[in-house]
Design a protein around this ligand. Structure first.
Ligand code: DGT
Ligand code: CA
Ligand code: CA
Ligand code: ZN
Length: 602
């Protein structure tokens, strides 16, 4: 965790750890400091802007609760990634202690004492889980000052903190699934293996990983599965299904089925639950009963008679009089009616994408937020290897804090010149087939809706992205006005990562989406589907709404490194879940068509 990337919550936790360290070193003499650190932690946790942005604007000390000396240490933290003072205060204290303090009821002194007593049993990776084992073995009740009651209270509290489920991000879950599928395929009895559940539906986060195997020898497959080398535990082992736990305490479910019924298995365990319920209700009306083995014909007395098996999902859906429904649409969101009427969308695919509209290169325009790590040249090479026709460099705007308007304009002119030279040399070198580079910028929308770039700076751009990186908790009306006023400048064409959500970490902003959609439709503005696995923003349900309003979407990886360009498939997955077709996405257009679109209204 580098200082610059820390969220407010992480910084607040760090300050609380410092306060706890002071407490341990002598509560009475350090009383003033302890209170100051706790007060600062509370203020930061509840601040409506990212502390990093506040620091960037030189206003750390204006935050009520942050005094001069803490501001000085935070400044060092943001500049260098660490604070010598914080490190010194926490020096020599066992790191497990800070984790244990997250359990309600365990204060600093108890935490310290527990680590002293159980040092060898408390790992650094997961001391809370280890403490749970210790308590379950009855070792807490025997300690001085504890007892059966406090041991039970401790176990309850541990359950509470570890119950806060963190869902897997899509790429991590996919990688895990593919590793396990590779292992499964070492077994000759495995004819075919697929992911199931939310992972197959490409949801933005995944609770557990589900895998299907087609095989005539289920016992052999299940035996092999439970021997997965990284498995920490087998939860369940049956004739047809098994579950294991893998590191990170994640669950993997396996279902095995014979090839002639494999379509039914895939269908049933892909879900979603709501899709299956709606499907079952529809089938019942037609005298059919759906199960994970196949579809039963039922007679007048509601008795199951004959079983029809399905080798493929296509056969299954067709038997019910429907088109094949892509997994991404199976959320009981109108897909069953559409499949019956044969009007399902033809969903966009990764190979339809002809360019990337959010990339941060390492070209230094002294930005307000992080710079990219790869050079423009390396990124162009990468884009070309992906078969792209164009890309846009969208570094953050030059920082407010360190530049006046004149300096900002100079920096932007410098970048304009570099991009022009690159385009000229690319044309020269390739005589026709080239990647065209657009000169763009990701501009912060300031809390008042103004842009930190003067008009003369905006003039240097082909088009700009605007996005929210601070003051996330404004009231709906104010936030809506803020966004609309930023998007009103003719150069600002794309509203990037529109909800500003961070999966597992930060809720999206509160916006009057109806108003924003209408504004975008009337003024030819586009909404981004950001491919960063922590964002996937616009989220699927808002994509569907936006499309109903006739709005066009753009896709950007938000790459800060050449590798990041490979994330485009996650934006595509999210757009598919929002029913998006090729025609709805701006960067499926050829370079020529896109240039025409850009000229309109700019
Ligand atoms: P997740 O794991 O929370 O991200 O969501 P899913 O959709 O993967 O849910 P999961 O793993 O509980 O179950 C996989 C699919 O199996 C689910 O989408 C629907 C289907 N399914 C079939 N029978 C049942 C059932 O009895 N209960 C549940 N919950 N799902 C079932
Ligand atoms: Ca699942
Ligand atoms: Ca499951
Ligand atoms: Zn951004």
């Amino acid at each position: 965790m580098i200082g610059k990337d820390m969220t407010n919550l992480e910084i607040a936790e760090l300050l609380r750890d410092v306060a706890a360290s002071y407490q341990l070193r002598g509560g009475k003499t350090n009383l003033f400091r302890i209170t100051a650190y706790q007060r600062a932690a509370d203020a930061i946790e509840h601040a409506s802007s990212e502390l990093k942005d506040i620091w960037d604007e030189g206003k750390l000390e204006d935050v009520p609760g942050i005094g001069e000396s803490i501001a000085k240490h935070l400044d060092e933290l943001f500049r260098t990634g660490k604070s010598k003072h914080f490190d010194a205060v926490m020096d020599n204290l066992p790191p497990q202690m800070f984790s244990l303090m997250k359990v309600p009821g365990i204060g600093v002194k108890t935490a310290y004492k527990l680590v002293e007593i159980f040092k060898s049993e408390l790992s650094q990776e997961n001391p809370i889980r280890d403490l749970e084992k210790i308590a379950k073995a009855g070792k807490i009740a025997k300690l001085d000052g504890f007892g059966e009651d406090s041991q039970k209270a401790m176990l309850d509290s541990i359950k509470e903190v570890s119950g806060r489920e963190v869902r897997l991000l899509l790429p991590y879950a996919l990688e895990l699934a593919h590793t396990i599928i590779s292992w499964l395929k070492k077994n000759k009895a495995v004819k075919r293996a697929d992911v199931l559940g939310s992972l197959r539906r490409q949801a933005s986060t995944v609770g557990d990983v589900d895998i299907a195997v087609s095989s005539s020898k289920p016992i052999s497959v299940i035996d092999h599965f439970t021997k997965y080398p990284q498995a920490t535990r087998t939860l369940e082992k049956g004739k047809r299904t098994a579950s294991i736990i893998v590191p990170g305490n994640k669950r993997v479910d396996l279902m095995v089925e014979k090839p002639q019924s494999y379509g039914s298995l895939l269908q049933h365990f892909t879900g979603s639950k709501h899709h299956n319920i709606a499907l079952r209700e529809y089938a019942l009306k037609k005298g059919l009963s759906v199960s994970d083995y196949g579809i039963y014909l039922i007679d007048k007395n509601r008795k199951r008679r004959q079983l029809k098996k399905f080798a493929t999902e296509k056969d299954f859906y067709n038997f019910l009089g429907m088109e094949y429904i892509p997994p991404e649409l199976r959320e009981d969101n109108g897909e069953i009616e559409a499949a019956l009427d044969r009007r399902l969308p033809t969903l966009v695919e990764t190979q339809d994408i002809k360019g990337d509209f959010q990339i941060h290169s390492d070209f230094d325009i002294e930005t307000s937020h992080d710079l990219g790590e790869s050079s423009m040249q390396d990124i162009i090479k990468k884009a070309s290897s992906l078969g792209y026709e164009y890309l846009a460099f969208t570094e953050h705007n030059p920082s407010q804090r360190h530049h006046n308007d004149r300096q900002k304009i100079d920096l932007l002119k410098k970048k304009r010149k570099v991009v022009d030279d690159i385009n000229a040399s690319l044309v020269e070198k390739h005589k026709g087939t080239v990647v065209k580079v657009f000169n763009s910028l990701e501009i912060d929308i300031l809390p008042n809706g103004k842009l930190p770039v003067p008009d003369a700076g905006l003039e240097t751009l082909d088009f700009a992205l605007v996005s929210i990186h601070s003051s996330f908790r404004q009231a709906r009306e104010i936030m809506t006005q803020r966004v609309i006023s930023a998007l009103s400048h003719p150069k600002c064409r794309i509203f990037a990562h529109p909800t500003a959500r961070k999966l597992n970490d930060r809720e999206g902003i509160d916006l009057d989406w109806e108003k924003v959609f209408q504004f975008c439709k009337e003024n030819n503005k586009w909404l981004e589907v950001n491919a960063d696995p922590m964002r996937l923003d616009l989220p699927d349900f808002l994509i569907k709404e936006a499309l109903i309003h006739g709005i066009k979407l753009t896709m950007g990886t938000d790459a800060h490194h050449t590798d990041g360009l490979d994330n485009m498939k996650y934006a595509v997955a999210t757009a598919r879940r929002g029913w998006a077709e090729k025609k709805n996405i701006v960067n499926t257009r050829s370079l020529k068509e896109f240039e025409k679109m850009l000229e309109l209204n700019s």
